[in-house]
Design a protein. Structure first.
Lengths: 197, 839
């Protein structure tokens, strides 16, 4: 183990000397200690928190208030009906905008019983995650997934029926395969995908 | 029914007089047609509105339904395309191609592909085999033919034939696999590829209808992004080119209603996608129509054109395809597709037009019926009226012999009954009238005869004339007076009466013309016997009165004539009557009477003068004797002054008689106080008459000034007093009062004597007329008094009633309206107390 010790010692000496020599040039070499970045788990948590907050504000402070006051309703065909987008659509459209911005991070809503098939889970990972979240809604599922040679970090958070608007739509939509949702049920999940370069 | 009389032709109707029947028919027509026309018009209008609304709503519903079907049709195709795009083989191959050039930017052309593209364009068999024969191409073929699909995802035959191209590009827009060689090789710059790639996020992109040169058809395309297995990013694009007409025709062309009603599909630019009439790819004929019918909500409009080349007003239903519109050109704002339901207006409104035509036909029939029924009804109503009219004419001529027989059971029958009753009563009344007329005629004849006999028996000639001066009647006496033969026929002209001289004719004609033109003048009175004052100058009126004496001289005889009017009969000229009275003997007798009266008057005058002059003469003689015996000079002088006064009085009396005073002193009038004059006269009365038993009451209004000669005025007043005193025969009450009203001084002298008989009242101002004994009065007192007062511009009037005394009213113009010191006339407080005086 000597060479190891030697090496460690050399490294320590080099570090000390380097520190001493480098002190006058400190401003030129000012790199923060955590330069490796934030872990994707934390990024996903942050994004999830923001998404949740934004959608909650939209749901409670915009949609519900407007509907209660009879000013404007939220409707699936909001463009034709001059209405507000549904909270789920709000999240999906904002996700599209984020994706179209080209930053790399993407998120979407997925569910076991979606109204539109395009929102069904795309991979086994997502399917398993939904199953897991049904059992343990508070435990988000995280993991690495690949597309060809590309690697991505994916975090999947349970999405609950937070407002009556969600229930009304999913329980009455003609294309909805499941119509017995109750408030606070896990209706699906928010899948956040972050590319790993 | 009445017997047919030889009826007079009905009165010729003037102008366009409409009969009762015409009026009745017109009334019925009017009553029937106006509501009919109004009702038809309102029904047509309301019907049009209803048809428009109902059709509009139906068209809207149909358009909505068609839009839903078409939307589902497109959605199905999208789903099938997505199914291919989700195939793991496709994803894996495209991921592999993506990862083959990891550093190359996506959707950029690969340098090595330039060569390949040239070979593809040149249809190099190697590259064609590589693309058309690749596993992916086989996969597409399998999906296309349906061998790879589950039973519910089989491509219908229509869709299969409509799909003109189906190919796959990779992330760089390069052709990867295709069923045919038609597609181009590089697509990264096409709108559909950019839209579907959508910055790597991927999005369904349905392209609007356009002409595709490779397939030589109007097509629309569905571009479906192929996502990687994580659905993270686009790895390629699946593109389908579909012939629009072939694809939609089975859905749109089958919906037909009527001859022209159909459903079509257009986009928001107004380009036809599918229509049974218009070819695909052309725009609607009316550009203004597109904005009207492409809102994002279903509806219907009433447009001014139909979009198919027609310019008539059209009803168009429309509805958007919601899901398809969301993806056309990438997003909703990029364009939208709409269903369009239309039917030709001619056909649409044909039912109401048919209804209108039928209503006109029925209306015409109804009007014709109205005319016929109206004619019948009017005839039924008018016939009894005509009968009644003829009956009334017959009654008017008195020729109705039979009863009117009308059995209508209504008011007309009642009227006919009334006519019958009236006719019966009229006949009875006429029968009674005839008898009465006969009786009355006999009475009239009798009366006429008896009147003639009475008139003939009268000795006075009576002549009746009409205003045309023809003699209508003469009685026997008149014929005798005019020496007419009794058989002379009447009437004849008045001029033919020979005995009437020409002057008399003119006189009578003048009188006749006066009477004929003006109101009946008072008939001339016989004035020839009036006594006249021989001393008074003749007044201007008297000769005229003399001339107008109604006397006629016929031969030796004189007639006094008098006109009288006869009440005129209607339709006959008014007649006047002339009564002649033979006054030949009467005037002779009157002349003798006047002569006798004048002889008597001379005696009276003489006696009067004697009486007047005697009194002062006695005084003079007495006073003269007294002077003779008087030694006292002063007394003698006083007596002498009295003698002079008496002498002056006598002279005054003589002047009065002869009228000298009037002639001499007419211009020497001076203001005289009326009351003083009266007092002076009263004082003189005491010396002239016995006033002891006479009470004098004076009621004077004040200093009433009149313009007069004092002596004459006193003389006149004294004459009045003298008359009163003499009338009272020494005892009674003499009341004297003066009043001034309207500048007229009135003196009233009343006595309590016996009054004057009415027959004497008219003559009391005649000279020498007196009721006193011979020598007691001259009959000149009042005459003189009135002449004096008239000289001063006043007048004298005597009111008297037999047994109640006499009142003389003397009026004179007052000259100075005396300033009123007190009330002019206060009966309760007279200015001077009535002083009873005795003498």
């Amino acid at each position: 183990m000597d060479p190891v010790r030697t090496a460690l010692g050399a490294a320590a000496v080099t570090f000390v000397i380097g520190s001493l020599v480098g002190t006058p040039f400190a401003p030129l070499a000012k790199e923060p200690p955590g330069v490796q970045g934030i872990s994707p788990e934390k990024v996903a948590d942050y994004v999830y928190a923001i998404l949740q907050a934004d959608r909650t504000i939209y749901t409670t402070q915009v949609v519900m208030r407007m509907q209660e006051k009879g000013i404007v309703k939220a409707s699936e065909h909001w463009e034709q009906d001059n209405a507000l987008p549904l909270p789920a659509q709000f999240l999906q459209h904002s996700g599209r905008l984020v994706a179209e911005s080209g930053r790399g991070i993407r998120y979407r809503l997925i569910g076991r019983s979606p109204i539109y098939q395009r929102n069904a889970p795309a991979t086994d990972f997502e399917r398993n995650a939904l199953d897991a979240l049904t059992r343990q809604p508070d435990q988000p599922v995280r993991g690495l997934v690949t597309s060809g040679k590309k690697q991505f970090f994916q975090a999947i958070y349970a999405d609950r029926a937070v407002s009556p608007t969600c229930l009304t739509c999913h329980n009455s939509h003609p294309l909805s395969p499941k119509r017995d949702f109750k408030l606070n049920d896990v209706m699906g999940a928010i899948a956040i995908t972050i590319p790993l370069e | 029914m009445i017997t047919p009389q030889p009826a007079q032709p009905p009165l010729v109707q003037q102008g366009t007089r409409w009969g009762l029947k015409t009026k009745l028919i017109l009334s019925m027509l009017f009553v029937g047609v106006v509501p009919l026309v109004v009702g038809l018009g309102m029904a047509f209008w309301q019907g049009s509105q209803e048809i428009r609304d109902v059709n509009g709503e139906s068209f809207k519903a149909l358009a909505t339904e068609a839009a839903r079907n078409l939307d589902l049709l497109v959605a199905d195709e999208v789903a099938r395309t997505a199914h291919i795009a989700n195939d793991p083989l496709v994803i894996r191959e495209l991921e592999r191609r993506r990862d083959a050039h990891p550093t190359h930017p996506a959707n950029g052309p690969l340098p090595i592909d330039t060569d390949t593209e040239a070979r593809w364009v040149a249809r190099d068999p190697g590259i064609v085999t590589q693309i058309n024969g690749s596993p992916l191409a086989s996969l597409l073929q399998e999906y296309y033919t349906g061998t790879r699909n589950t039973s519910d995802q089989l491509l219908p035959q229509v869709v299969r034939s409509a799909t003109k191209m189906l190919f796959l590009t990779d992330i760089h827009g390069t052709l990867v696999a295709s069923m045919t060689t038609k597609p181009g090789y590089r697509h990264s710059q096409t709108p559909w590829w950019q839209g579907a790639y959508n910055k790597g996020v991927g999005k369904l992109y349905i392209e609007d209808v356009h002409f595709n040169t490779q397939t030589d058809a109007y097509v629309f395309t569905i571009s479906m992004p192929v996502m990687d297995n994580l659905r993270y990013e686009v790895v390629g694009v699946l593109h389908r080119v579909i012939d629009a007409k072939e694809f939609f025709a089975p859905s749109t062309h089958v919906i037909r209603f009527g001859k022209t009603g159909h459903v079509m599909l257009i986009d928001n630019r107004g380009i036809v996608i599918s229509c049974p009439i218009l070819p695909t790819g052309i725009a609607l004929s009316d550009k203004r129509l597109a904005p009207l019918i492409t809102p994002l909500q279903p509806g219907w409009v009433e447009a001014s054109s139909d979009g198919h080349g027609g310019q008539t007003e059209s009803i168009i239903g429309f509805a958007p395809l919601p899901e398809t519109s969301r993806a056309t050109n990438g997003w909703l704002g990029g364009g939208s597709w709409h269903s369009f339901v239309w039917q030709s207006s001619d056909e649409l409104f044909a039912p109401i037009q048919h209804l209108f035509i039928w209503m006109i036909v029925f209306g015409s029939v109804a009007i014709a019926l109205l005319v016929v029924l109206g004619y019948v009804a009017a005839s039924r109503i008018v016939r009894p009226v005509r009968t009644l009219q003829l009956a009334a004419q017959a009654i008017g001529r008195g020729e109705l012999r039979t009863t009117i027989d009308i059995r209508t059971g209504d008011e007309l029958q009642d009227l006919a009954d009334e006519f019958n009753r009236m006719n019966t009563q009229l006949e009875a009344a006429f029968a009674g009238l005839t008898d009465q007329v006969t009786l009355k005629t006999q009475e009239v004849t009798y009366l006429q005869r008896s009147t003639d006999q009475i008139l003939d028996a009268v000795p006075t000639p009576i002549i009746l004339l009409n205003t045309l001066d023809s003699v209508q009647y003469m009685n026997h006496a008149a014929r005798a007076a005019f020496h007419l033969a009794p058989e002379t026929a009447l009437p004849f002209s008045l001029a033919t009466l020979r005995p009437l001289s020409a002057i008399v004719q003119t006189h009578v004609q003048q009188n006749l013309s006066e009477k004929g033109s003006g109101p009946p003048a008072p008939l001339p009175q016989n004035q020839g016997t009036e006594p006249r004052d021989p001393l008074a100058p003749a007044s201007g009126r008297e000769p005229a009165q003399a001339n107008s004496r109604s006397e006629l001289q016929i031969g030796p005889r004189t007639y006094h004539y008098q006109w009288f009017r006869l009440p005129s009969r209607p339709g006959v000229d008014p007649r006047i009557g002339l009564v002649l009275r033979d006054t030949t003997d009467e005037s002779r007798m009157q002349d003798q009477l006047i002569q006798a009266e004048k002889s008597g008057s001379l005696g009276v005058l003489t006696a009067g003068i004697g009486h007047e002059l005697n009194n002062p003469l006695f005084g003079i003689v007495g006073l003269g004797e007294a002077i003779l015996d008087e030694t006292d000079l002063s007394r003698a002088q006083a007596h002498a002054r009295d003698i002079v006064a008496q002498g002056q009085r006598m002279a005054a009396i003589i002047r009065d008689f002869t009228g000298i005073a009037t002639r001499e002193r007419t211009n020497q009038r001076i203001p005289v106080c009326l009351e003083e004059t009266i007092d002076l006269a009263l004082a003189a009365m005491h010396t002239a008459a016995d006033m002891r038993q006479i009470t004098i009451e004076k009621l004077f209004t004040g200093n009433t000034m009149v313009l007069a000669h004092p002596d004459q005025l006193r003389q006149a007043v004294m004459n009045l007093f003298m008359n009163a005193v003499q009338a009272m025969k020494g005892s009674g009450t003499l009341r004297v009062s003066t009043t001034v009203t309207d500048q007229l001084a009135t003196t009233e002298i009343s006595d309590t004597g016996p009054g004057i008989a009415p027959q004497h009242l008219a003559k009391i101002f005649d000279p020498f007329f007196t009721t006193k004994e011979q020598g007691e009065g001259s009959g000149l007192g009042l005459t003189v008094a009135r002449r004096i007062i008239r000289t001063f511009g006043g007048d004298l009037r005597i009111d008297s009633r037999e047994g109640q005394g006499t009142t003389c009213l003397m009026t004179l113009p007052a000259i100075l309206p005396a300033p009123p010191k007190e009330d002019l006339w206060t009966p309760s407080a007279p200015r001077s107390e009535p002083q009873p005086s005795r003498s």
